[in-house]
Design a protein around this ligand. Structure first.
Ligand code: PLP
Length: 443
């Protein structure tokens, strides 16, 4: 033991078994998976149908390189995704994770404009307090300065506009509708500033996850964003790596915003932790321009379209749809929101409790009235994570502030199969962990 290195040098418990909403460690302790890791384990652990599908595929064929073959699991997963995708989305490119999907989306956008005779379009506009992955292209798009700092010389320049973040950015007396339009109009201004003919794509998470703790846009924001992109011929890339695959109560989060993107990325919940898989989906317009232009998207990874991963993804998607879990996500999401509000709604250091479906965030603040963030040196969310583990709860310490520093949010994304009783257990453990973290930090 000890030769694996990872996110930190902390001594971590060794996970040995998963069952339903719990992970068990080598010492026999059980942890309620309140965040599905990082919004991954949407069907919980050890799902019998997904395990059976993986075993069956493994007995047939684990791998065939996509330079030589397509495969039935990849084709049928893509077909199923397209059947349920936002309007206009027509093609699927299968990858191994979220960062790969975002990289592919950015490259696809670039190739599209080369094929359509607009080679000057190369700029990406993204939003502050966003996360799109840790590979260089995706990291450049992400809106957290502290994540980019060390690698700055290696990153392409990307513009960042403000996110749609009602809790902090809606002005006193401003209606949600007016705020949404004002926030979206920042994109218009940035496109004008850069020169519309140079802008390739705008990328955003419909519900911001890892950096902001489940922040949905206000109604009308994304409709205005769609109009602005259309007006300037800019491609709209929606990153649903975290919020997609039913997490917010609809298969794609953008359904609730009433818009369709040109490109959408998914991962996490697609494999639900059973296999590493992600996907980048695009419209027929983009696919056809490339197919009828130079012939093919100039991209590829050894494991893209991996048959075993695709079989897992298909079983997960079939499980979400076939077991009718989306209404359950919406209903249990309301139960979770109500329980969090009851337990923490009046807490002097809980500024906001928000989200959609089983994707919920809690923003911790030093001062509730002034919404003042805690001093980052206190590392409140790291402490909440640690005390939650002590309590036997996994919750995700989402962190990011508008000025790009580390922030204090707790992200909850439990399995879709979580029971109401387990929601009570989650909220009880989380409340104790928050109190313990603040106790130590403030005293
Ligand atoms: N995009 C979003 C919105 C994410 O939340 C993440 C991961 O947290 C990624 C992309 C990167 O995905 P991965 O960690 O699978 O590379």
């Amino acid at each position: 033991m000890g030769h694996v290195f990872g996110r930190s040098n902390a001594q971590l418990p060794s996970a040995v078994r998963g069952e339903g909403c719990y992970i068990h460690d080598a010492s026999g302790r059980a942890y309620l998976d309140g965040s599905g890791g990082a919004a991954v384990s949407c069907l919980g652990h050890s799902d019998p149908d997904v395990r059976a599908a993986i075993h069956a595929q493994l007995d047939q064929l684990a791998f065939a390189h996509t330079g030589f073959f397509t495969s039935e699991p990849a084709e049928s997963l893509a077909e199923l995704l397209i059947e349920h995708a936002p309007a206009g989305i027509d093609r699927v490119y299968l990858l191994s994770g979220g960062s790969e999907a975002v990289e592919a989306a950015i490259k696809l956008a670039r190739q599209y404009f080369l094929e359509t005779g607009e080679p000057q379009r190369h700029r990406v506009i993204a939003r502050r307090q966003s996360y799109h992955g840790n590979t260089l292209g995706a990291l450049a798009a992400g809106g957290n300065a502290w994540r980019r700092e060390k690698y700055a010389p290696l990153l392409v320049e990307t513009s960042h506009i403000a996110p749609c973040y009602e809790y902090r950015l809606r002005a006193e007396g401003e209606s949600a509708e007016a705020y949404g339009l004002r926030a979206a109009d920042e994109l218009e201004a940035e496109i004008q500033r850069l020169g519309p003919e140079t802008v390739m794509a705008f990328i955003a998470e419909p519900v911001v996850g890892a950096t902001a703790g489940a922040v949905p846009a206000v109604e009308g924001y994304f409709k205005r964003i769609r109009e602005i992109c259309d007006r300037h011929g800019v491609l709209l890339i929606l990153d649903e790596v975290m919020c997609g695959m039913g997490r917010t109560g609809t298969l794609f989060a953008c359904e609730q915003d009433g818009i369709s993107p040109d490109i959408v990325t998914i991962a996490k919940g697609l494999g639900a932790g059973y296999m590493p898989i992600g996907a980048m989906l695009c419209t027929a317009k983009i696919y056809t321009a490339i197919a009828e232009g130079s012939g093919a998207f100039q991209h590829g990874h050894t494991y893209h379209g991996h048959p075993l991963a695709a079989a897992a993804g298909r079983a997960v998607l079939t499980g979400i749809l076939g077991r009718n879990l989306l209404p359950q996500v919406r209903a249990r999401g309301e139960v979770l929101q109500a329980a969090l509000t009851e337990a923490l709604g009046q807490h002097p250091h809980v500024g906001d409790i928000r989200g959609r479906g089983l994707f919920r965030g809690i923003e911790l603040v030093a001062d509730r009235d002034g919404k003042t963030p805690f001093n980052p040196a206190l590392k409140i969310n790291a402490k909440v994570k640690r005390f939650a583990m002590d309590e036997g709860l996994i919750c995700y310490p989402a962190g990011g502030t508008l000025d790009g520093q580390r922030g204090d949010h707790v992200l909850l994304a439990p399995p879709f199969i979580i029971s109401e009783e387990q929601i009570g257990e989650l909220v009880g453990k989380l409340s104790r962990a928050i109190d313990r973290a603040l106790d130590g930090a403030i005293a």
